[in-house]
Design a protein around this ligand. Structure first.
Ligand code: PEP
Ligand code: MN
Length: 348
Protein backbone atom coordinates (compact mmCIF):
# COMPACT_ATOMS: atom_id res chain seq x y z
CA UNK A 1 0.00 0.00 0.00
CA UNK A 2 1.25 3.47 -0.83
CA UNK A 3 0.09 6.73 0.73
CA UNK A 4 0.43 9.83 -1.41
CA UNK A 5 0.52 12.89 0.83
CA UNK A 6 -1.21 16.07 -0.35
CA UNK A 7 1.08 18.91 -1.57
CA UNK A 8 0.19 20.97 1.52
CA UNK A 9 0.91 18.16 4.01
CA UNK A 10 3.07 19.22 6.96
CA UNK A 11 5.87 17.30 8.65
CA UNK A 12 3.48 16.70 11.57
CA UNK A 13 0.97 15.11 9.16
CA UNK A 14 3.67 12.80 7.80
CA UNK A 15 4.87 11.84 11.28
CA UNK A 16 1.28 11.19 12.32
CA UNK A 17 0.76 8.70 9.48
CA UNK A 18 4.07 6.95 10.16
CA UNK A 19 3.23 6.58 13.85
CA UNK A 20 -0.23 5.25 13.09
CA UNK A 21 1.11 2.61 10.70
CA UNK A 22 3.73 1.50 13.24
CA UNK A 23 1.06 1.26 15.93
CA UNK A 24 -0.74 -1.25 13.67
CA UNK A 25 2.42 -3.39 13.42
CA UNK A 26 3.47 -2.13 9.98
CA UNK A 27 6.54 -0.39 8.65
CA UNK A 28 6.41 2.97 6.86
CA UNK A 29 9.05 4.15 4.38
CA UNK A 30 8.95 7.86 3.63
CA UNK A 31 10.26 9.21 0.33
CA UNK A 32 10.21 12.92 -0.34
CA UNK A 33 9.78 14.26 -3.86
CA UNK A 34 10.04 17.88 -4.99
CA UNK A 35 6.40 18.67 -4.35
CA UNK A 36 5.02 15.55 -2.73
CA UNK A 37 5.86 12.91 -0.19
CA UNK A 38 4.85 9.32 -0.56
CA UNK A 39 4.86 6.71 2.20
CA UNK A 40 5.26 3.03 1.35
CA UNK A 41 3.61 0.66 3.81
CA UNK A 42 4.87 -2.86 4.45
CA UNK A 43 2.93 -5.33 6.58
CA UNK A 44 -0.47 -6.95 6.73
CA UNK A 45 -2.71 -4.78 4.54
CA UNK A 46 -5.81 -5.99 6.37
CA UNK A 47 -4.53 -4.35 9.58
CA UNK A 48 -4.24 -1.01 7.79
CA UNK A 49 -7.89 -1.04 6.72
CA UNK A 50 -9.21 0.05 10.11
CA UNK A 51 -6.80 3.01 10.35
CA UNK A 52 -8.96 5.13 8.03
CA UNK A 53 -5.80 6.50 6.46
CA UNK A 54 -7.71 8.37 3.78
CA UNK A 55 -9.30 10.62 6.39
CA UNK A 56 -6.02 11.62 8.11
CA UNK A 57 -4.73 15.17 7.85
CA UNK A 58 -2.48 15.70 4.84
CA UNK A 59 -3.31 12.41 3.10
CA UNK A 60 -4.04 12.89 -0.62
CA UNK A 61 -4.60 9.31 -1.74
CA UNK A 62 -4.18 5.72 -0.62
CA UNK A 63 -3.25 3.25 -3.34
CA UNK A 64 -3.54 -0.47 -2.87
CA UNK A 65 -0.79 -2.45 -4.60
CA UNK A 66 -1.72 -6.04 -3.75
CA UNK A 67 -5.11 -7.41 -4.80
CA UNK A 68 -7.89 -7.55 -2.18
CA UNK A 69 -8.84 -11.15 -2.97
CA UNK A 70 -6.48 -13.89 -1.89
CA UNK A 71 -7.76 -17.43 -2.34
CA UNK A 72 -8.82 -16.93 -5.95
CA UNK A 73 -5.81 -14.81 -6.86
CA UNK A 74 -2.87 -15.94 -8.95
CA UNK A 75 -0.57 -14.23 -6.47
CA UNK A 76 -1.40 -17.05 -4.10
CA UNK A 77 -1.74 -19.85 -6.67
CA UNK A 78 0.45 -19.42 -9.77
CA UNK A 79 -0.87 -22.35 -11.81
CA UNK A 80 -4.25 -22.01 -13.52
CA UNK A 81 -6.76 -24.45 -12.02
CA UNK A 82 -8.71 -27.23 -13.68
CA UNK A 83 -12.16 -27.72 -12.14
CA UNK A 84 -13.85 -31.08 -12.60
CA UNK A 85 -17.63 -31.36 -12.85
CA UNK A 86 -18.56 -35.02 -12.41
CA UNK A 87 -15.22 -35.79 -14.06
CA UNK A 88 -15.57 -33.27 -16.94
CA UNK A 89 -12.61 -30.85 -16.92
CA UNK A 90 -12.93 -27.07 -17.24
CA UNK A 91 -9.62 -25.28 -17.47
CA UNK A 92 -6.47 -24.84 -19.53
CA UNK A 93 -5.91 -27.57 -22.11
CA UNK A 94 -9.58 -28.10 -22.91
CA UNK A 95 -12.62 -26.27 -24.22
CA UNK A 96 -15.77 -27.36 -22.41
CA UNK A 97 -19.11 -26.85 -24.11
CA UNK A 98 -22.10 -26.54 -21.80
CA UNK A 99 -25.43 -26.43 -23.63
CA UNK A 100 -29.11 -26.84 -22.95
CA UNK A 101 -32.36 -24.92 -22.67
CA UNK A 102 -32.56 -21.63 -20.85
CA UNK A 103 -35.39 -23.12 -18.78
CA UNK A 104 -36.65 -26.59 -18.13
CA UNK A 105 -40.23 -26.49 -19.49
CA UNK A 106 -41.26 -30.10 -20.04
CA UNK A 107 -39.55 -33.49 -19.96
CA UNK A 108 -39.74 -33.77 -23.78
CA UNK A 109 -38.36 -30.29 -24.38
CA UNK A 110 -35.48 -30.89 -21.95
CA UNK A 111 -34.65 -34.28 -23.46
CA UNK A 112 -34.73 -32.88 -26.99
CA UNK A 113 -32.53 -29.97 -25.89
CA UNK A 114 -30.05 -32.34 -24.24
CA UNK A 115 -29.82 -34.32 -27.48
CA UNK A 116 -29.13 -31.10 -29.40
CA UNK A 117 -26.49 -30.22 -26.81
CA UNK A 118 -24.79 -33.56 -27.24
CA UNK A 119 -24.89 -33.25 -31.01
CA UNK A 120 -23.13 -29.88 -30.73
CA UNK A 121 -20.34 -31.47 -28.67
CA UNK A 122 -21.45 -30.56 -25.16
CA UNK A 123 -20.13 -32.50 -22.20
CA UNK A 124 -22.40 -30.75 -19.66
CA UNK A 125 -26.13 -29.97 -19.78
CA UNK A 126 -27.45 -26.57 -18.69
CA UNK A 127 -31.07 -25.79 -17.81
CA UNK A 128 -32.83 -23.64 -15.23
CA UNK A 129 -35.47 -24.96 -12.85
CA UNK A 130 -35.40 -21.81 -10.72
CA UNK A 131 -35.42 -18.76 -13.00
CA UNK A 132 -34.52 -15.25 -11.84
CA UNK A 133 -36.88 -13.20 -14.04
CA UNK A 134 -37.09 -9.43 -14.29
CA UNK A 135 -40.89 -9.58 -14.38
CA UNK A 136 -42.85 -11.34 -11.62
CA UNK A 137 -45.40 -12.22 -14.34
CA UNK A 138 -42.85 -14.12 -16.47
CA UNK A 139 -42.35 -17.90 -16.23
CA UNK A 140 -40.46 -18.49 -12.99
CA UNK A 141 -39.32 -22.04 -13.69
CA UNK A 142 -40.75 -25.39 -12.61
CA UNK A 143 -38.80 -25.55 -9.35
CA UNK A 144 -38.57 -29.05 -7.89
CA UNK A 145 -40.46 -30.56 -10.84
CA UNK A 146 -37.81 -29.05 -13.13
CA UNK A 147 -34.99 -30.50 -11.04
CA UNK A 148 -36.59 -33.94 -11.31
CA UNK A 149 -36.77 -33.60 -15.10
CA UNK A 150 -33.11 -32.63 -15.16
CA UNK A 151 -32.32 -35.73 -13.09
CA UNK A 152 -34.16 -38.00 -15.54
CA UNK A 153 -32.58 -36.41 -18.62
CA UNK A 154 -29.14 -36.55 -17.01
CA UNK A 155 -29.53 -40.30 -16.57
CA UNK A 156 -30.96 -40.83 -20.04
CA UNK A 157 -28.48 -38.73 -22.04
CA UNK A 158 -25.45 -39.10 -19.79
CA UNK A 159 -24.63 -35.41 -19.41
CA UNK A 160 -23.93 -33.99 -15.93
CA UNK A 161 -26.14 -31.03 -15.02
CA UNK A 162 -25.44 -27.33 -14.41
CA UNK A 163 -28.44 -25.52 -12.93
CA UNK A 164 -29.10 -22.23 -11.20
CA UNK A 165 -29.90 -21.69 -7.54
CA UNK A 166 -31.41 -18.35 -6.57
CA UNK A 167 -32.19 -18.78 -2.88
CA UNK A 168 -29.84 -19.93 -0.10
CA UNK A 169 -32.74 -21.98 1.31
CA UNK A 170 -32.83 -24.09 -1.90
CA UNK A 171 -29.12 -24.95 -2.05
CA UNK A 172 -29.43 -28.38 -0.42
CA UNK A 173 -32.35 -29.32 -2.65
CA UNK A 174 -30.63 -28.19 -5.86
CA UNK A 175 -27.50 -30.10 -4.81
CA UNK A 176 -29.48 -33.34 -4.89
CA UNK A 177 -29.88 -32.93 -8.68
CA UNK A 178 -27.03 -30.70 -9.84
CA UNK A 179 -23.42 -31.54 -10.64
CA UNK A 180 -22.60 -27.83 -10.72
CA UNK A 181 -24.47 -24.91 -9.16
CA UNK A 182 -24.97 -21.75 -11.20
CA UNK A 183 -25.08 -18.33 -9.55
CA UNK A 184 -26.62 -15.89 -12.03
CA UNK A 185 -25.70 -12.35 -12.92
CA UNK A 186 -28.45 -10.86 -10.72
CA UNK A 187 -27.16 -12.75 -7.69
CA UNK A 188 -23.45 -12.14 -8.09
CA UNK A 189 -23.46 -10.01 -4.95
CA UNK A 190 -26.07 -11.99 -3.03
CA UNK A 191 -23.55 -12.66 -0.28
CA UNK A 192 -25.75 -15.08 1.69
CA UNK A 193 -26.16 -17.17 -1.49
CA UNK A 194 -22.42 -17.05 -2.22
CA UNK A 195 -21.67 -18.30 1.28
CA UNK A 196 -24.30 -21.04 1.00
CA UNK A 197 -22.91 -22.38 -2.30
CA UNK A 198 -19.42 -22.06 -0.82
CA UNK A 199 -20.42 -24.57 1.85
CA UNK A 200 -22.36 -26.89 -0.47
CA UNK A 201 -19.51 -29.10 -1.65
CA UNK A 202 -20.36 -28.80 -5.36
CA UNK A 203 -18.55 -26.88 -8.12
CA UNK A 204 -19.99 -23.42 -8.75
CA UNK A 205 -20.31 -21.41 -11.96
CA UNK A 206 -20.30 -17.75 -10.99
CA UNK A 207 -21.67 -15.40 -13.64
CA UNK A 208 -20.35 -11.86 -13.73
CA UNK A 209 -22.85 -9.28 -12.53
CA UNK A 210 -24.08 -7.23 -15.49
CA UNK A 211 -22.93 -4.07 -13.70
CA UNK A 212 -19.94 -5.54 -11.89
CA UNK A 213 -16.28 -4.73 -12.35
CA UNK A 214 -13.85 -7.60 -12.75
CA UNK A 215 -12.58 -6.89 -9.23
CA UNK A 216 -16.10 -7.11 -7.78
CA UNK A 217 -16.59 -10.40 -9.64
CA UNK A 218 -13.40 -11.83 -8.16
CA UNK A 219 -14.39 -10.59 -4.69
CA UNK A 220 -17.69 -12.46 -5.13
CA UNK A 221 -15.69 -15.59 -6.01
CA UNK A 222 -13.62 -14.99 -2.87
CA UNK A 223 -16.82 -15.26 -0.78
CA UNK A 224 -17.34 -18.78 -2.17
CA UNK A 225 -13.68 -19.72 -1.76
CA UNK A 226 -13.61 -18.40 1.80
CA UNK A 227 -16.19 -21.05 2.75
CA UNK A 228 -13.75 -23.73 1.61
CA UNK A 229 -14.90 -24.23 -1.99
CA UNK A 230 -12.29 -23.47 -4.64
CA UNK A 231 -14.14 -25.35 -7.40
CA UNK A 232 -15.33 -22.16 -9.06
CA UNK A 233 -15.69 -21.35 -12.76
CA UNK A 234 -16.08 -17.69 -13.73
CA UNK A 235 -18.55 -16.93 -16.53
CA UNK A 236 -18.48 -13.68 -18.52
CA UNK A 237 -22.05 -13.13 -19.80
CA UNK A 238 -21.99 -9.56 -21.02
CA UNK A 239 -22.28 -6.25 -19.22
CA UNK A 240 -24.60 -3.25 -19.45
CA UNK A 241 -23.45 -0.51 -21.78
CA UNK A 242 -25.12 2.22 -23.87
CA UNK A 243 -25.37 -0.21 -26.82
CA UNK A 244 -28.88 -1.39 -27.67
CA UNK A 245 -28.11 -3.63 -30.68
CA UNK A 246 -27.24 -6.46 -28.30
CA UNK A 247 -28.86 -7.54 -25.04
CA UNK A 248 -25.55 -7.00 -23.23
CA UNK A 249 -22.07 -6.16 -24.45
CA UNK A 250 -19.76 -9.17 -24.33
CA UNK A 251 -16.64 -7.98 -22.52
CA UNK A 252 -14.18 -10.19 -24.34
CA UNK A 253 -11.16 -8.61 -22.63
CA UNK A 254 -12.51 -9.79 -19.28
CA UNK A 255 -11.32 -13.30 -20.18
CA UNK A 256 -7.56 -12.69 -20.37
CA UNK A 257 -7.76 -10.14 -17.56
CA UNK A 258 -9.59 -12.48 -15.18
CA UNK A 259 -7.24 -15.32 -16.15
CA UNK A 260 -4.23 -13.15 -15.36
CA UNK A 261 -5.63 -12.08 -11.99
CA UNK A 262 -7.16 -15.40 -10.94
CA UNK A 263 -6.26 -19.06 -11.29
CA UNK A 264 -9.93 -19.97 -11.82
CA UNK A 265 -11.18 -21.09 -15.27
CA UNK A 266 -13.13 -18.49 -17.26
CA UNK A 267 -15.90 -19.34 -19.71
CA UNK A 268 -18.16 -17.22 -21.93
CA UNK A 269 -21.93 -17.19 -22.37
CA UNK A 270 -22.51 -15.91 -25.93
CA UNK A 271 -26.28 -16.48 -25.65
CA UNK A 272 -27.03 -14.14 -22.76
CA UNK A 273 -24.46 -11.59 -23.88
CA UNK A 274 -25.63 -11.15 -27.47
CA UNK A 275 -29.24 -12.14 -26.81
CA UNK A 276 -29.52 -12.99 -30.53
CA UNK A 277 -29.24 -16.36 -32.28
CA UNK A 278 -27.19 -14.91 -35.15
CA UNK A 279 -24.46 -13.77 -32.76
CA UNK A 280 -23.97 -17.03 -30.87
CA UNK A 281 -21.61 -18.72 -33.35
CA UNK A 282 -19.43 -15.64 -34.00
CA UNK A 283 -19.17 -14.97 -30.26
CA UNK A 284 -18.40 -18.64 -29.57
CA UNK A 285 -15.51 -18.44 -32.03
CA UNK A 286 -14.35 -15.24 -30.36
CA UNK A 287 -14.54 -16.94 -26.95
CA UNK A 288 -12.29 -19.79 -28.03
CA UNK A 289 -9.90 -17.46 -29.86
CA UNK A 290 -9.48 -15.19 -26.82
CA UNK A 291 -8.55 -18.13 -24.61
CA UNK A 292 -11.78 -18.90 -22.76
CA UNK A 293 -11.85 -22.32 -21.11
CA UNK A 294 -15.39 -23.04 -22.23
CA UNK A 295 -18.65 -21.81 -23.69
CA UNK A 296 -22.20 -22.08 -22.31
CA UNK A 297 -24.95 -21.89 -24.92
CA UNK A 298 -28.77 -21.95 -24.96
CA UNK A 299 -30.38 -24.53 -27.28
CA UNK A 300 -34.06 -25.37 -27.76
CA UNK A 301 -35.99 -27.73 -30.09
CA UNK A 302 -38.60 -25.02 -30.85
CA UNK A 303 -37.20 -21.59 -29.95
CA UNK A 304 -40.36 -19.83 -31.16
CA UNK A 305 -42.29 -21.62 -28.40
CA UNK A 306 -39.67 -21.21 -25.66
CA UNK A 307 -40.94 -19.83 -22.35
CA UNK A 308 -37.68 -17.97 -21.81
CA UNK A 309 -35.00 -16.49 -24.09
CA UNK A 310 -36.14 -18.13 -27.34
CA UNK A 311 -34.52 -15.36 -29.41
CA UNK A 312 -31.06 -16.54 -28.48
CA UNK A 313 -31.55 -20.32 -28.53
CA UNK A 314 -29.78 -22.35 -31.20
CA UNK A 315 -31.62 -25.03 -33.12
CA UNK A 316 -31.51 -26.88 -36.48
CA UNK A 317 -28.58 -25.93 -38.72
CA UNK A 318 -27.00 -23.76 -36.05
CA UNK A 319 -26.38 -26.87 -33.95
CA UNK A 320 -24.35 -28.31 -36.82
CA UNK A 321 -22.54 -24.97 -37.05
CA UNK A 322 -21.70 -25.07 -33.35
CA UNK A 323 -20.54 -28.69 -33.67
CA UNK A 324 -18.23 -27.57 -36.47
CA UNK A 325 -16.77 -24.74 -34.35
CA UNK A 326 -16.19 -27.20 -31.51
CA UNK A 327 -14.60 -29.79 -33.79
CA UNK A 328 -12.22 -27.40 -35.51
CA UNK A 329 -11.34 -24.45 -33.28
CA UNK A 330 -10.00 -25.90 -30.00
CA UNK A 331 -7.15 -27.63 -31.87
CA UNK A 332 -6.05 -24.32 -33.39
CA UNK A 333 -5.48 -23.06 -29.86
CA UNK A 334 -3.69 -26.20 -28.67
CA UNK A 335 -6.73 -27.42 -26.76
CA UNK A 336 -9.05 -30.41 -27.05
CA UNK A 337 -12.83 -30.44 -26.72
CA UNK A 338 -13.71 -31.84 -23.28
CA UNK A 339 -15.47 -35.19 -23.70
CA UNK A 340 -18.71 -36.17 -22.04
CA UNK A 341 -18.22 -38.75 -19.28
CA UNK A 342 -18.76 -42.44 -19.94
CA UNK A 343 -22.57 -42.94 -19.73
CA UNK A 344 -22.17 -45.51 -16.94
CA UNK A 345 -20.40 -42.96 -14.74
CA UNK A 346 -23.39 -40.58 -14.76
CA UNK A 347 -25.55 -42.31 -12.21
CA UNK A 348 -29.28 -41.89 -12.00
C1 PEP B 1 -29.19 -18.21 -17.39
O1 PEP B 1 -28.07 -18.65 -17.68
O2 PEP B 1 -30.23 -18.86 -17.54
C2 PEP B 1 -29.30 -16.83 -16.88
C3 PEP B 1 -30.42 -16.41 -16.27
O3 PEP B 1 -28.21 -16.11 -17.11
P1 PEP B 1 -27.75 -14.69 -16.51
O4 PEP B 1 -27.74 -14.86 -15.02
O5 PEP B 1 -26.39 -14.52 -17.10
O6 PEP B 1 -28.74 -13.67 -17.00
MN1 MN C 1 -31.81 -17.25 -20.08
Amino acid sequence: MVIVMAPEATQADIDGVVELVRSAGGEAFVSRGVSRTIIGLVGNVDNFGSLNLRSRNGVGDVVRISVPYKLVSREHHRERSVIRVAGVPIGPGTITLIAGPCSVETADQTLASARLAKKAGASLLRGGAFKPRTSPYAFQGLGLAGLKILGQVRAEVGLPVVTEVVDPADVDLVCEYADMLQVGTRNMQNFALLQAVGSAGKPVMLKRGMNATIEEWLMAAEYIAQRGNLDIVLCERGIRTFETATRNTLDISAVPIAQRLSHLPVIIDPSHSGGRRDLVLPLSRAAIAVGADGVIVDVHPQPAKALCDGDQALTGDDIAGLADVMATMPGLLGRTLAAAPEPASVSA
